[in-house]
Design a protein around this ligand. Structure first.
Ligand code: FDM
Ligand code: MG
Length: 210
């Protein structure tokens, strides 16, 4: 039986460096002979992803519950493919996941437990790397774009919500990394933690919030 791949998720505020670190990790794993693929949520290419994209671009309005469920559906659409990769021995490295789902919806006033429910049973990440960056430091990395949620009020509230989520996930699985360092230093830290994880990944993939 092939050793299964690891499921690794990056979370963090806008401009904390998630996309850069996902790309670098996938490349460095592949170079060292470990199979790895990247993915990101929302996946804006699917039918639900196009509705999400239009909502984020502020071209359409949706009830807060409805958009929350679309984000969750967007993950469920991809979940079988993620499991298939993991079972085939490929590590999956994902830019945002269900933790962003709760954080951005709960700050709008939706119940935290209600926000968790549609994601119950999704593939459970083996490791969540939270790239921590003070909202003020993130703001120095460039101005906000025009998408929904790209305001300092939202980012500050979301950061607090991520702290609550991290403590619910538990420090075994949820690791906070200082994203205020230069990109190479963060990459090295990430790589060290992933190497530790790859040594001990075993057994079936868990289920989120179950
Ligand atoms: N976002 C992302 C959510 O509100 N819910 C979710 O479930 C996910 C995965 O979408 F503001 C928000 C977070 C962010 C926006 O993310 C798009 P990217 O990473 O900037 O594309
Ligand atoms: Mg963004």
């Amino acid at each position: 039986m092939v050793k299964r791949g690891a499921f690794i998720v990056f979370e963090g505020l806008d401009r904390s460096g998630k996309s850069t670190q996902v790309a670098r990790l996938v490349e460095s794993l592949n170079q060292s002979g470990e199979k790895a693929v990247g993915c990101r949520f929302p996946d804006r290419t699917t039918t639900t992803g196009k509705m999400i994209d239009s909502y984020l671009a502020q071209k359409s309005e949706l009830d807060d519950h409805a958009i929350h469920l679309l984000f969750s559906a967007n993950r469920w659409e991809r979940s079988q493919a993620i499991l298939a990769d993991l079972e085939a021995g490929t590590t999956v490295v994902c830019d945002r996941y269900a933790f962003s789902g709760i954080a951005f919806s709960a700050v709008k006033g939706l119940s935290y437990t209600w926000c968790q429910s549609p994601d119950i049973g999704l593939p459970l990440p083996d490791l969540v790397l939270f790239l921590e960056l003070a909202p003020a430091a993130a703001a120095l990395r460039g101005g906000f774009g025009n998408e929904r949620y790209e305001t300092s009020e939202v980012q500050i509230a979301v950061k607090d919500m991520f702290e609550r989520i991290g403590s619910d996930v538990g420090s075994e699985r949820w690791k906070v990394l200082d994203a205020g360092r230069d990109v190479d230093a963060v990459e090295k830290d990430v790589r060290g933690r992933v190497e530790e994880l790859l040594k001990k990944v075993e057994g079936p993939v868990g289920k989120l919030w179950a």
